[in-house]
Unconditional design. Structure first.
Length: 109
């Protein structure tokens, strides 16, 4: 966002000084080449940052604890407790029984 605001505020400077294609006026670049490079670099940086955070989380150990009431608490390094309730994992009949049997055929009159 800041890159776009900076480009809009200093558009003439980008076109006159920073533009790679200023010697080729037929392209009508006007500094957009520099903007695209900055946005590409910013995107790569954000992707690398997100990937390193995810890798760090995947390398962490997770501790599982059980008590007598079948409550499962997962303690992670980033402190997100998850409570296990037997109704969350109970077996349920498939919904095919609600569909009925076969294809409905109306009576022939």
């Amino acid at each position: 966002m800041a890159t776009l605001v900076s480009f809009q505020a200093n558009r003439q400077y980008y076109a006159d000084v920073l533009c790679i294609n200023k010697n080729r006026p037929e392209l009508a670049c006007q500094g957009k080449c520099v903007l695209m490079q900055k946005l590409h670099n910013q995107f790569d940086f954000e992707q690398h940052k997100t990937a390193s955070k995810l890798q760090h989380l995947l390398e962490q150990d997770i501790a599982w604890t059980f008590d007598k009431e079948t409550t499962l608490t997962i303690k992670t390094p980033f402190s997100i407790p998850i409570l296990y309730n037997s109704s969350n994992f109970a077996y349920r009949e498939p919904l095919t029984q609600l569909l009925g049997k076969g294809i409905f055929r109306p009576p022939i009159v």
